[in-house]
Design a protein around this ligand. Sequence first.
Ligand code: NDP
Ligand code: 8X3
Length: 253
Amino acid sequence: MGNKIAYITGATSGIGEASAIKLASEGFDLIITGRREERLETLKNKLISKYNIAILTQNYDVTKREEVEAAIHSLPTQWKQIDILVNNAGLASGLNTIYEGDINDWEKMIDTNIKGLLYVTRTLAPILIENNKGHIVNIGSIAGKEVYANGNVYCSTKFAVDALSKAMRLEFSKFPIKVTSINPGAVETEFSIVRFHGDEDRAKTVYEGYDNLLAEDIADAIWYVVSRPARVNINEMIVMPTAQPMAGVINRK
Ligand code: NDP
Ligand code: 8X3
């Protein structure tokens, strides 16, 4: 140990996994979290052998407050010198109108994207404040800037992340802890498979006929914001596929 430390939620796939790989390649020690323990262990072993860094895994569900608190309170002292928190764990569940939507889907999104992000941030905050340093990077979405058809509740959770990022920036800057939100458009990950409840064929259609973003593009954006000099904070970034000028609009070939 002795390197800078990044704490990444939802590192078992997609943007979180790509961020873990990018930050490992830049010499960070990592705390990686997610519900799929096996994937955490596989990623840990791969990154340790490739980059010779230290990795701690924390296997919990961000929607379960007691699990979040127990995991973070159990961090060994040497792992508490966290430089970067990437609040990435999140999901969409369903794509439907409000008058036909499934309330279980809504609760899952609200519990994960808003409450989960808050549980992690609130529990880690005293550690960051005690350290007098840190950079919180919240993964929002273009869906937190613009609403698209049938995105209603997912969009509202990401609008909440946008508001929380602004509020956090206001409240944490005095410590000094930076806060950035990164708001991607369509990135091909497991996102749409999860949104469509495991329907991989339907998920594929989301990314057909244009060049979607890759998880690595967002990992690059995260690296850019966390590697600026101490005096510079990137408040927010919107990163879109060239073919997606706004939420819900994609120019397909
Ligand atoms: P993935 O489905 O590939 O990854 C989601 C990650 O979040 C997984 O590691 C998953 O881990 C974790 N996660 C989900 N629910 C929970 C939970 N209850 N507890 C702990 N971890 C959880 O999707 P993405 O990489 O695309 O998504 C990452 C973030 O990016 C999300 O916040 C998403 O809203 C946002 N985003 C995605 C976009 C896209 O087009 N893909 C665009 C804009 C924003 P596990 O299942 O192992 O728990
Ligand atoms: C996901 C972005 O536009 O694919 O957060 O819904 S979008």
